[in-house]
Design a protein around this ligand. Structure first.
Ligand code: AMP
Ligand code: ZN
Length: 121
């Protein structure tokens, strides 16, 4: 189903709407998470807001709780996907923002990478 801010030019909006298949990790009313198609680590998934926010600077102050929720979900979903908890394990959270930041898909997303090293990225 298309969400309120669905953008027909956005591949992540299409993933949220189920028009492009994905390996879903998590979904609630505001947030969707799925495995990265080109993983840079044994565990690599993306956490995205359902709201089509292209970049960090697209977010307004009213979006702060949503961004906070995405961060707060990261450790829970990381463990669910097999990352070891605590200091011995852990994971990396990354946002590529804009061309200089290496962003390719303009629907804001948190990369979560984890699992035993070495990693590709
Ligand atoms: P970036 O915008 O640089 O953070 O990169 C976008 C990320 O999305 C890359 O890691 C891609 O592998 C990933 N990606 C692109 N298309 C898909 C897709 N259809 N399903 C899952 N991940 C994707
Ligand atoms: Zn989108």
């Amino acid at each position: 189903m298309k969400h309120a801010s669905y953008d027909s030019d956005c591949i992540f909006c299409k993933i949220i709407a189920g028009e492009i298949p994905s390996q879903k990790v998590y979904e609630d009313e505001e947030v969707f998470a799925f495995n990265d198609i080109n993983p840079g680590a044994p565990i690599h998934f993306l956490i995205i807001p359902k709201k089509h926010l292209p970049m960090l600077e697209s977010a307004q102050s009213q979006d702060a709780p949503l961004l906070g929720r995405m961060m707060e979900l990261a450790p829970r979903l990381a463990q669910k996907q097999g990352c070891r908890p605590g200091k011995e394990g852990g994971f990396r959270v990354m946002v590529n923002n804009g061309a200089d930041g290496g962003q390719e898909v303009y629907h804001l997303h948190l990369h979560v990478l984890g699992g035993p090293r070495p990693w590709k990225k």
